[in-house]
Ligand binder design. Sequence first.
Ligand code: ATP
Ligand code: MG
Length: 182
Amino acid sequence: MTAAAVRPHRLFFALWPGEATRRALYRETRAVVRHCGGRPVATDQLHLTLLFLGQVPGEAVGAVTTAAVALDCPGFTLVFDRYGWFESAQVLWLGCSAPPAPLPTLAAGLARQVRAVTGLVPDPKPFQPHVTLARKVRNPPQFPPPRPVAWPVDGFALVESVTAPEGARYTVLETFPIQSPV
Ligand code: ATP
Ligand code: MG
């Protein structure tokens, strides 16, 4: 086995937008992001975290993948229509005022599968679905809501986070299809 295969990976499961959704997320939020005074997330890094795993030993990555493959989930569409702000993290985010039930079901199912298949215990923080738009935002957003962005979800991704001096960079390692939205 190579050193790359056994080194630990900082991993999370996420919804990773397709090109059209990514462009729409950028287009509808860029003015607010410009005015929020924070550090914008690069457009090619926008995502919604489903489950944060943290450091996963290299030899356990295969089992994490197996856990995700076994998941059965209907497709769904998310509508992003509100801004929010995490005060402690100083994060400006985009969210859904009415997230559909399959979204938390998918996140909970992943947590259950990962625990069952790998024995890893993911962070039990409550699931707060959001797309981080900017960091180091010192004040709550006082902007009108964005024009709604529809995100049809037909899969999710296993993503690696690599910490760099200028901030984390995310790379999709693998994608997992789910049934197309109806
Ligand atoms: P940094 O930690 O360097 O500021 P980051 O938070 O963007 O960068 P990671 O910490 O690797 O990068 O996180 C990857 C993704 O998982 C991000 O979307 C982050 O918000 C989310 N995340 C990180 N920690 C947790 C956690 N404990 N619970 C839920 N989601 C988390
Ligand atoms: Mg972090």
